[in-house]
Design a protein around this ligand. Structure first.
Ligand SMILES: CC(C)(COP(=O)(O)OP(=O)(O)OC[C@H]1O[C@@H](n2cnc3c(N)ncnc32)[C@H](O)[C@@H]1OP(=O)(O)O)[C@@H](O)C(=O)NCCC(=O)NCCS
Length: 193
């Protein structure tokens, strides 16, 4: 059960996770049009209209739920890098609707520098400490090694598989659990599994 709203802005040592702005539109569309970035995303590359539609949906989720995917920018120069955060699973079989999905997508030039791991750690911290989550999932194609690397860095474990309705892909369900030492955790019953 979610408790409080997530902060609209989070800072890590190198990154700012922040609310979406109008000037994100162009770099967001460029990222979503890159076939390499979108290789393991069920939709495939997005055209401008679809990218704008996704951006609107991400903003609506923040308004409705008080949390969602933050825009991620580099702290020292403000470059838009992509997104990361906790979101309603876009798809997933029965039983996966009760948990939030931790999602990450970065523009290609930002890969391989530990940014996704850094952003996702901060997002999960909000999940545990502010939203009061007990677990979170990631849905990752088994060939998406970079994404699996991020999940491994976060200590996520494979919990099963589910099928992507659009593509028929069988993808891995990975799960992270609220750490027992999270502030506000009372006893083992608060952290099932
Ligand atoms: C997945 C993605 C967000 C990773 O971003 P990133 O900032 O490069 O990730 P990180 O550097 O934090 O971690 C990547 C990990 O993957 C692993 N990795 C990196 N490059 C790899 C490669 N070529 N092959 C296999 N594993 C690799 C490493 O274990 C690395 O962790 P490390 O810190 O131990 O070195 C980025 O590649 C991306 O946006 N991909 C396209 C969108 C996408 O697929 N999103 C996820 C959908 S489930």
């Amino acid at each position: 059960m979610e408790r409080d709203a997530a902060p609209s802005e989070l800072r890590t040592s190198r990154l700012v996770l922040r609310a979406w702005r109008a000037d994100d539109r162009e770099p967001f569309a460029a990222m979503n049009a890159d076939p390499e970035v979108m290789r393991w995303i069920g939709s495939g590359p997005l055209d401008r209209v679809a990218s704008d539609g996704l951006r609107a949906r991400l903003r609506r989720e923040w308004s409705r739920a008080g949390r969602g995917l933050w825009a991620v920018e580099r702290g020292d120069d403000g470059t838009f890098l992509g997104f990361c955060g906790l979101t309603d699973p876009a798809w997933g079989g029965p039983g996966l609707r009760d948990e939030l999905e931790i999602g990450w997508r970065l523009t290609r030039s930002a890969w391989g520098q530990g940014y996704a791991t850094e952003a996702a750690r901060a997002a999960l911290g909000v999940g545990w400490e502010t939203l009061g989550l007990h677990s979170a999932i990631a849905l990752v194609h088994p060939d998406n090694e970079r994404s699996l690397g991020v999940a491994a860095n976060l200590g996520m474990r494979v919990a099963g598989t589910t099928r992507h309705a659009g593509t028929g892909w069988e993808v891995l369900v990975l799960r992270a659990h609220r750490p027992a030492d999270t502030p506000g955790t009372r006893g083992p019953s608060a952290a099932p599994g």
